[in-house]
Every structure is written in structure tokens, then in C-alpha cells.
Design a binder for this molecule. Structure first.
Ligand code: NAD
Length: 436
């Protein structure tokens, strides 16, 4: 099948590459000329494990193409996926301007029947808005389908090639048949495709992300309470998670959720609720708790240094919002850097994958180290902000040698308590005893 993907970010590029891998001819459209030029030359514009190999293979097999020309791609494809940004507007609602602009252009440019598939995360009712926009520009037949994306950054290729389920919202039999054909390689091997109406499909994505944000936040509150009463959240987590109604996943406490999805989707669902005179109280509480959780360790660092951070050198391991991605949108590292700099501390960060993105944002307001140990040179404390696997089993004696003061503030509970303890470190993590 010939397919166009509009928007080649984390979702669009991975979806496009996956659909090419499944044998389709895929035309990826982006307005970013530099990015498109790079992709034409085989440069993957994002960091995503295992993407490059599949990307290059499909370019070579002439199934994956890149262009800035929507019309050129549209003319070649019956199905058009929208993988466009839906960032939070000032009032927290999802900004639909990217999606509606492209819907407008499709309406103006199309010359025959098209299926417009929305993969962006959008509020209930967006399919109707896209439909209205397109039909204000053309009398030709078309269908709009909601097909939310559930991939995780860092595992995007794996998730995209082996989805847990495919959700398709549509009221058109013709569009449903086309979608079933596209996803047939998945359904063939047992992946369920769940057909529903467009509104339910649009809400499914927000409900899923919001539920996960609540689960993380619930555990963070339990962790904070553990500290108050002397319980150990690692034990509580194991005890709880063994119940298969609860499960072990998403029970790891830390310095809050970030990224390009959970914060904005929780916000957008709260706002959608408000617009419909509906109060999502649980989500409002989640958002509030998460904002505080993200910076909980900055207060601990300040307390540890007696309220004075002037001239303190803080090493930061990890900048990305989570491991295995270069994405720093809403990363907890950034909130903490802002506070620590404001209080007069210096930051030396180490995160080879996310460093470039942070440099674009902060320039030389912080410095960057080439290795995790270089970051520790003369440091008064180490702050662990991202759970990169390389931090899991460090050389504590080398760390001790490099640091000016042996204190670790671990936002991702990377170590069993014994390790820093045996090596004489002060160790503050989340929901567990502080090692003094
Ligand atoms: P992104 O910001 O990484 O990429 C968006 C791309 O769209 C950019 O390359 C941008 O240049 C391009 N673009 C903007 N306007 C355009 C236009 N008019 N024509 C062509 N291209 C245009 O975004 P993303 O992270 O891939 O997210 C896309 C959507 O998918 C969002 O709604 C997001 O909520 C949702 N989503 C994201 C993830 C994730 O993990 N990132 C997961 C599931 C769903």
C-alpha cells in the first residue's frame, strides 16, 4: 500500500519506518527542510534504539522516502497518517493548530478519495474537527480515522513492530477495511485490533497515559510516606506488585514523570473535562503531586548543605526525561537544574545522548562532562536524574576519589542501600532510609 506520514518526529518516523518494513511504500513529509535533507542522506534525526538499521534498510529497498512537499506525497498515497505535535496551549488544552493546518492543506490538495489517519494524541471530538476542515475545502469523498499511538520512547521500534494492541476509531466500513489491511501483519500473529467509534478511540489514549501517570504518582506518594514512617518502598513495591491485579510495572518511585506525553496529556484531559463541566479531581491531584515530586531532591540537597548552595559543585548524571532517549521535554533534570543554578550552585552534567538537546536550551549555563566519572571531579554532591543503565553498577572507590564530598542524591533509586553505605557515602534516595 502507498502511505504518507505527515510529521517525522518520534511517532511519525518510527511509524513510517515500521510501515515500510511491513512492505508498504511510505512517503514521510516534514516542514523541517534540514531534517528532511538529513533523512534523505540516511541521517536519523532522533535517538531511538534499533531505528537506524531499519531506517537505512528501507531507504535502500526504496520503500521509505522523504519530502517537504505534501502534495507530491499525497498524490501517491491513499492513506495519510498525521503524526503532528499537539503541544499544550496556554490554558493546558491540546494545541490542534498543526493538525488542523495539515487537514486544511489535505482538503485543498486532494484529488481523489483519501483516508486521513490521526496518530497524534488529540481530545475527543478532533476527528469531527478534522472532517469539518477537510470538507470545507473539497467535495471529494474521504474518511477520518482515529488511530492513537502507544509506543514508548526508548522502545519505540520494539513497540511499533510488536504492539500490544491496535486501536482504530472509525464509523466507515471502507476505512476500517483499509486499516485492517495495513495492520494485517500484526493481527495475523495475534495482536488484537480493537475497532470502536472515533470518540472512544481518542479518549482511550488519554485514559491510558493518565492512568500510568496516576500509577507513578500514587507510588511516589507511598514512597514519600515510607520515608516519614521508616518503611522501605522497595519492600512495599515488591509486596504490592506480586498481586497480579496490580503488577510490578510502573511501581518504581522517583523524581516524577516527565517527557513529551504524560504531563501534557494529563493537562489536556483536565482541560477537556473542564470544558465539559467535568472535574478530573484525581488528575488534578496527580499533576500537583508530580510537580512537587520532580524537585523533591533539590530541597534535600539544599537542606544537606545547611541552606547555602553558593559555589557548590553538583554533578548530574542523566539529563533525558528517562533512559534510552534523547528527549528532554519536561525532564525532571531541567527543573532541578533551574533551582540549583538559582541558588548559586554549579552544575556539571553527563548524558552523552541528551547533551545536544540540553545545550540548545541552556548553552553554557551548565558544563558538560565526557564521562560519568569526569563529571564527579571536585563535586560536592552527585544528583542522579535519569536511570541510564551505565549508572547501575559504578566504581564507588573511583567516585570517592574524584568527589570533593561523598554525597549522592538519587532520583531513580539506582543502588541497593548497601553499596553506597559500604563505600562511606551519604545516600539519599526516594522512599528509603537515608544513609548518613
Ligand atoms: P515531534 O515533535 O517529535 O515531531 C513532530 C514532527 O512534526 C516534527 O518533525 C515537526 O517538524 C513536524 N511538523 C510540524 N508541523 C508540520 C507540518 N505542517 N507538516 C509536516 N510536518 C510538520 O512529535 P512526536 O513526539 O512524534 O509526537 C507527535 C504526536 O504523537 C503528538 O500528538 C504526541 O502526543 C503523540 N505521541 C507521542 C509519543 C511519544 O512518545 N513521543 C507517543 C505516543 C503519541
Amino acid at each position: 500500500m502507498n502511505i504518507t506520514i505527515v510529521g517525522t518526529g518520534y511517532v511519525g518516523l518510527v511509524t513510517g519506518t515500521t510501515l515500510a518494513e511491513l512492505g508498504n511504500s511510505v512517503y514521510c513529509v516534514d516542514i523541517d527542510e534540514k531534517k528532511v535533507e538529513g533523512m534523505k542522506n540516511g541521517i536519523v534525526p532522533i535517538y531511538e534504539p534499533n531505528l537506524e538499521e531499519m531506517f537505512l534498510r528501507n531507504i535502500q529497498s526504496e520503500r521509505l522516502f522523504f519530502t517537504t512537499d505534501l502534495k507530491e506525497a499525497l498524490d501517491k498515497s491513499e492513506v495519510i497518517y498525521l503524526a503532528l505535535p499537539t503541544p499544550p496551549g496556554e490554558d493546558g488544552s491540546a494545541d490542534l493548530s498543526y493538525v488542523l493546518k495539515v487537514a486544511h492543506d489535505i482538503g485543498e490538495m486532494m484529488t481523489e478519495y483519501k483516508v486521513v489517519v490521526n496518530k497524534s494524541t488529540v481530545p475527543v471530538g478532533t476527528a469531527d474537527k478534522v472532517r469539518e476542515m477537510i470538507s470545507s475545502k473539497t467535495n471529494l469523498a474521504f474518511d477520518v480515522v482515529s488511530n492513537p499511538e502507544f509506543l514508548r520512547e526508548g522502545f519505540a521500534v520494539e513497540d511499533s513492530m510488536n504492539p500490544a494492541r491496535v486501536v482504530v476509531g472509525s464509523s466507515s466500513e471502507k476505512a476500517k477495511e483499509i486499516m485492517a489491511k495495513i495492520y494485517q501483519p500484526f493481527t495475523n500473529t495475534g495482536t488484537p485490533i480493537i475497532f470502536m467509534d472515533e470518540k472512544s478511540s481518542e479518549l482511550t489514549k488519554y485514559a491510558a497515559n493518565s492512568f500510568l501517570a496516576v500509577k507513578i504518582t500514587f507510588m511516589n506518594e507511598i514512597a514519600n510516606y515510607c520515608e516519614k514512617v521508616g518503611a522501605d518502598v522497595d519492600k512495599v513495591r515488591l509486596g504490592m506488585g506480586s498481586d497480579d491485579r496490580i503488577g510490578h510495572r510502573f511501581l518504581f518511585p522517583g523524581i516524577g514523570y516527565g517527557g513529551s506525553c504524560f504531563p501534557k496529556d494529563v493537562k489536556a484531559l483536565i482541560k477537556s473535562g473542564k470544558d465539559d463541566n467535568f472535574d478530573f479531581e484525581i488528575l488534578q491531584a496527580t499533576e500537583k503531586v508530580n510537580i512537587a515530586q520532580k524537585v523533591i531532591l533539590s530541597s534535600e540537597i539544599e537542606k544537606y548543605f545547611g541552606g547555602n548552595l553558593k559555589g557548590k559543585r553538583i554533578a548530574m548524571w542523566g539529563l533525558a526525561f528517562k533512559a534510552n532517549t534523547d528527549d528532554i521535554r519536561e525532564a525532571s533534570s531541567l527543573d532541578n537544574i533551574a533551582i540549583l543554578l538559582e541558588k548559586g550552585a554549579e552544575i556539571v552534567a553527563y548524558d552523552l545522548i541528551a547533551e545536544e538537546n540540553v545545550k540548545k536550551l541552556l548553552g553554557d549555563r551548565i558544563s558538560y562532562a565526557n564521562t560519568m566519572y569526569d563529571a564527579l571531579e571536585g563535586a560536592d554532591a552527585l544528583f542522579i536524574a535519569t536511570e541510564w543503565p551505565e549508572f547501575k553498577n559504578p566504581n564507588f572507590s573511583l567516585m570517592a576519589k574524584k568527589m570533593n564530598n561523598k554525597a549522592i542524591f538519587d532520583g531513580r533509586n539506582m543502588f541497593p542501600l548497601e553499596l553506597p553505605q559500604q563505600n562511606g557515602f551519604y545516600y539519599k534516595s526516594i522512599g528509603r532510609k537515608t544513609i548518613q
